[in-house]
Design a protein. Structure first.
Length: 318
């Protein structure tokens, strides 16, 4: 499917630098957009709506129409008391892309559409994908097996075609995509955009601590622990960060224990010291600037496409 009109001709590479809790901020967003991919950040990375508003002003002051658009992640859940205030700020700034999580509301979609914005919604199951499609979202972010953060367990080979069977909007694929070859593979499978998180944590502009970035470079797929113990919802975490927080990855406490503060301090409960990553972490071996990373992704992407075309040509000639 073609990209929404608002995105056509504005991207160097079909990639979204995923909005990541405590990691994505103005510097990463601006660097991604200036490099030609969509940069995003969670509104809740700022502690107040006023601070969020200030971040948007900063980002907009550093971007031009020649750059890729940016996006904001909103948590659409009754546990987020800031949703309405933050949405009003998004409307005032006419944020180009709203990425919703934990709830797809038709009213929110209508309000964003009213100023010409897009709404993408992240889902981990087919049931949630159907509900979001019914709410009128413009795109579905399929958070498949192996992704970082609150990941699903369904293979992208299963989820992409099942979603495409009932959804004619944009499909954005998430899960283990850390290089340009993965971006090309996502397109080949039928996705319109690739959603990269882990790879962008290890960039100079990300807000992640230096130790977090170093741990990413030292980790492989086997170092990812998928567990509901930290937040109550299954998510992917770096094994060593669990150990550093005093936890045994093979014998994790229950969510109730963690909420009582018996094993973790408040900072760890907020994911500040327990660090997330996806299974694609094995492809992360350095901490480049975002512009350098996007240029590398672009080279890998175009090389993968050329190689695929060469194989098709050779096969046709046989």
């Amino acid at each position: 499917m073609p990209l929404p009109q608002q995105l056509r001709g504005r991207l160097k590479l079909p990639v979204i630098a995923a909005p990541m809790f405590l990691v994505s901020g103005p510097d990463l967003v601006v660097a991604a957009c200036q490099a030609g991919v969509i940069g995003g950040f969670p509104a809740l990375n700022q502690r107040s709506t006023e601070g969020f508003d200030d971040w948007l002003t900063q980002i907009e002051g550093r971007l031009t129409p020649a750059h890729a658009p940016y996006g904001v992640n909103l948590i659409v859940h009754n546990t987020n008391p800031r949703l309405e205030a933050d949405l009003q700020v998004c409307e005032a700034h006419e944020v180009p892309l709203i990425i919703t999580s934990l709830g797809a509301l038709a009213d929110l979609v209508d309000r964003v559409h009213a100023y010409g914005g897009l709404v993408f919604h992240d889902v981990t199951t087919l049931r949630h994908a159907r509900k979001a499609a019914e709410a009128g979202v413009d795109g579905l972010i399929l958070v498949c097996a192996g992704a970082g953060g609150h990941a699903g367990v369904v293979s992208p080979f299963a989820m992409v075609p099942e979603v495409r069977a009932f959804f004619d909007g944009a499909i954005i694929l998430s899960g283990c995509i850390s290089d340009g070859r993965g971006v090309a593979a996502a397109e080949t499978m039928g996705a319109d955009l690739a959603y990269l998180g882990t790879r962008f944590i290890a960039t100079t502009e990300s807000m992640a601590p230096a130790d977090y970035k170093a741990m990413l470079c030292d980790s492989a797929a086997a170092d990812i622990v998928y567990t509901p113990a930290i937040s109550g919802v299954p998510a992917s975490f770096l094994r060593q960060s669990l150990i550093n927080a005093g936890l045994d990855p093979a014998n994790l406490p229950t969510k109730k224990d963690i909420n009582m503060g018996e094993e973790l301090d408040s900072e760890s409960k907020a994911w500040k010291n327990i660090w997330s990553a996806g299974q694609g972490v094995g492809s992360v071996s350095d901490v480049p600037g975002t512009a350098e990373l996007v240029a590398r992704l672009d080279r890998e992407y175009r090389c993968a496409i050329e190689q695929a075309a060469g194989r098709l040509t050779a096969a046709a000639a046989e």
